[in-house]
Design a protein around this ligand. Structure first.
Ligand code: TRP
Ligand code: SF4
Length: 333
């Protein structure tokens, strides 16, 4: 039997190259050898977008199209919407007894995100909602509702997987062996920075989206940060400090040539950027063609989501019944 994979993303915007190289590309490969479930984590997206439900709703289909365009194959993998699986919410309630509030405050991912919120909205710890603080518990429910064994994620998610493992151990210890302890599987390219060298973010406009058109890609790459010590076209430079080079690595098959020419002062940054633009367009072409197909066939996207969600719901219901048996709260059919 194939091992079970569970992972997901929050539908808060279209997906960019950070999502692609940090996770999606890996998911696509994994569908060969694993039984894959990929979630559209809309409930989790609402934990910090509860006041903007329209944004989350819109992006459920956008993110699904990005999954499909990147190569997730609905015949092999199950794509589903979190909010349509009420069992996940049930499990979240049961698990909330197994986690202390202080442990949640100490979760490094929660801490980092809380700091970002503070920087953005001036909230301190007191301003954090119960739902946001508790989202690691809800994520543990996502994973265990499907007995996810392998969880392919980026580095930032490791503390959430660790917290899930703790919940599983505690559950199994108290109620008897029921849940599976998941393992994280890190992707290789987990830390891709934005074109300006900062963390990729929508507000900084420093990320390339899978759905960006030629004009947007050209503009973003032309504005990318290069080795600041290189002033003239034939100055030798250090590609390791250049954002253009770090993107060349991802999409340019002739990367060795880029590197040696840059070091030898045999390539200008403008030409180098033009070459990157072409490689990027070539790289994204098949993805964008697929995306276009789904954009033109929204009914197919809906059907994939509907079928995936039905299948996921059966799985989650099965596990939740087992959980309730073990917790002695299964009264009658
Ligand atoms: N927290 C993840 C993110 O922000 C999304 C996610 C939700 C997830 N549920 C999950 C990831 C379960 C792995 C497993 O990207
Ligand atoms: Fe970067 Fe290319 Fe300029 Fe070298 S030549 S600094 S790799 S943009």
């Amino acid at each position: 039997m194939k091992k079970r994979i569970l992972s997901g993303m929050r539908p808060t915007g279209k997906l960019h190259l950070g999502h692609y190289f940090g996770a999606l590309e890996n998911w696509v490969k994994l569908q060969e050898d694993y039984d894959c479930f990929f979630e559209i984590a809309d409930v989790q997206a609402l934990t910090d977008n509860y006041d903007n439900p329209a944004k989350v709703r819109e992006n459920v289909r956008e993110v699904t199209m990005d999954y499909l365009a990147a190569g997730i194959d609905p015949k092999r993998a199950t794509i589903f919407i979190q909010s349509m699986i009420p069992e996940i919410a049930e499990l979240t309630v049961f698990y909330s007894n197994l986690v202390t509030v202080s442990r949640l405050y100490r979760n490094p991912t929660v801490k980092t995100e809380a700091k970002q919120k503070k920087a953005l909205f001036g909230q301190d710890a007191e301003g954090i909602t119960y739902g946001f603080l508790g989202y690691p518990v809800s994520q543990a429910a996502d994973i265990t509702a499907f007995k996810g064994e392998v969880i392919p994620v980026g580095e930032d998610q490791l503390p959430l997987i660790e917290q899930c493992r703790e919940i599983v151990r505690k559950f199994n210890h108290i109620y008897g062996d029921t849940l599976v302890e998941p393992e994280a599987l890190l992707s290789e390219n987990t830390r891709i920075k934005g074109l300006d060298g900062n963390k990729m973010s929508k507000s900084l406009n420093n990320a390339i989206y899978l759905s960006d058109n030629e004009e947007a890609i050209t503009k973003k790459i032309m504005g990318a940060v290069t080795d600041p010590s290189k002033l003239k076209k034939d100055d030798p430079a250090n590609p390791e400090v250049c954002m253009v080079y770090s993107y060349q690595k991802l999409v340019n098959p002739e990367i060795d040539k880029v590197c040696s020419e840059c070091k030898a002062g045999k390539r200008g940054c403008v030409g180098c950027k033009r070459e990157l633009i072409q490689c990027m367009l070539d790289y994204l072409k098949p993805i964008q063609e697929k995306r276009k197909y789904y954009e033109e066939h929204p009914e197919i996207v809906d059907q994939i989501l509907k079928e995936g969600t039905e299948k996921a719901r059966k799985e989650a219901a099965h596990v939740t019944n087992e959980v309730k048996d073990h917790m002695l709260i299964h009264y009658f059919e």
